[in-house]
Design a protein around this ligand. Sequence first.
Ligand SMILES: N[C@@H](CCC(=O)N[C@@H](CS)C(=O)NCC(=O)O)C(=O)O
Length: 209
Amino acid sequence: MLKLYTYFRSSAAYRVRIALNLKGLEHELIPVNLLKSEQSGEAYLHKNGQGLLPALETEHGVLAQSLAILEWLEETQSGAALLPQDPWQKAQVRNFCYAVACDIHPIDNLRVLKYLSNELGVTDDQKNEWYRHWVIEGFNKLEPMIGAGPFCFGTEPSLADVCLVPQVFNALRFKVDMSVYPKISRVYEHCNTLEAFSNAAPENQPDAQ
Ligand SMILES: N[C@@H](CCC(=O)N[C@@H](CS)C(=O)NCC(=O)O)C(=O)O
């Protein structure tokens, strides 16, 4: 059975939890506590030498990087297709995913925030302002990419929704004003009416605190 190394608030792991649910794939969740730095401990590094969440244990070995995991699931596993067949439309979905996972998420990651606080001595207010700034920069670019819906690209969920929803969850946690993003907000609310998304949400995880 697939095993997902996860932390309830890890948005990269949240992406994979949603995809596993949308595809209806049986899996086991193995919590790794980021606040206790378990991702840097020997036991986890033995599984994933990159020391980041998530990682997926498969019959072939352990795979890291959420986008690589999502693509591998898409190519090898049954269940709902999360990328369109048409190459151009597929590239549009990937474009959206990368805008979230490569342009927004890495600058607002836990280790970046810890570095700001612990090494550069910024205040909590400044750190939260940093967080919001990069989300706002990113969401300003994402909002016009979203179509009529109800999902980011049409009437079925895709990897774009899988990447967007965790990022919106984080934005809300850091009190980004979402009223200026009506399309992103609409997609977020619609996705969360589906069990595949709501069951993957941080508050519904076994390791939620
Ligand atoms: N590009 C990676 C990012 C992985 C990542 O940064 N994961 C975060 C949790 S969302 C993490 O493990 N952070 C631990 C840390 O920053 O020390 C992916 O998409 O999987």
